[in-house]
Design a protein around this ligand. Structure first.
Ligand code: F6R
Length: 241
């Protein structure tokens, strides 16, 4: 069962998401947090930075795991998810580099990178996983038709996802074709999940996730089976509910 929070503005969505993060970080100094990239969690990250600056929370003992990473970009490319996380969050808080984890595959055949990330994750329990969602209802980079049993794996990105992400690159050709991602089963191991989505282009996916049948064509529909998922959305994303 989902808990659904509907807000008027992106700022209110971000603040509502941060209430979950703050509650965890205040209660548990060595919290394990699962993080996403993309536009959806940016406002949440700004709120986390403010809480850190106001000494409400510290990340000194926090451990983070990101969902996914592109394959094929050079390490210093500004659009790697590692660069994104440092630019938008990690460089502005006191998290230790050694406690930051993102998957990293050398190429699309690098299966050992998947095993390594999964083995590392298995040593932790993610207390709070932050998710965004694609307009095709992907979570992480688990595109439609990914088996629900999937662990960390390498995916070929769909055209729709590459087009959605083209805005961060100078041309479609530059958008990577592959990524490494936590699997759906990996994501579902988190104790608590918050999913952030805003805007009209997410409203069909939100409807299908909440009301639709459980289907691998709608990866986020598997969240119906998780015991503790809160969906935090704006009115536009909620329009079809
Ligand atoms: C990113 C990720 C993706 C995004 C999704 C939505 O780490 O896992 O599933 O959450 O593509 O992206 P935005 O928030 O940019 O609409």
């Amino acid at each position: 069962m989902f808990k659904i929070i509907i807000k008027n503005t992106y700022q209110e969505v971000s603040e509502a998401a941060n209430e979950f993060m703050r509650e965890l970080l205040v209660a548990k100094k060595d919290a394990v947090i699962g993080l996403a990239t993309g536009s959806s969690p940016l406002g949440l990250y700004d709120e986390m930075i403010k809480d850190y600056q106001n000494k409400v929370v510290s990340f000194k003992n926090t451990v983070s795991f990101n969902l996914d990473e592109y394959i094929g970009l050079s390490d210093d490319h500004p659009e790697t998810y590692r660069s994104f996380m440092y630019a938008n969050l990690f460089s502005k808080i006191d998290i230790l580099d050694e406690n930051v984890h993102l998957p990293k595959a050398i190429d699309e055949n690098d299966l050992s990178a998947c095993e390594e990330y999964e083995t590392l994750l298995a040593k932790y329990l993610v207390d709070l996983q932050v998710l965004g969602m694609g307009s095709n209802a992907h979570i992480g980079f688990n595109e439609p038709n990914t088996p629900f049993e999937s662990l960390t794996h390498i995916v070929e990105l769909t055209n729709r996802t590459r087009l959605d992400n083209q805005r961060f690159f100078s041309s479609l050709d530059e958008v990577p074709t592959h990524a490494i991602t936590m699997g759906i089963k990996t994501i579902l191991k988190a104790k608590k999940i918050i999913l952030i989505a805003t805007g009209v282009n997410k409203n069909q996916a939100i409807y299908d996730m909440v009301n639709g049948p459980l289907s691998i064509e709608v990866p986020a529909s598997i969240l119906q089976q998780h015991p503790d998922v809160t969906v935090i959305i704006d009115k536009e994303a909620a329009a079809k509910l």
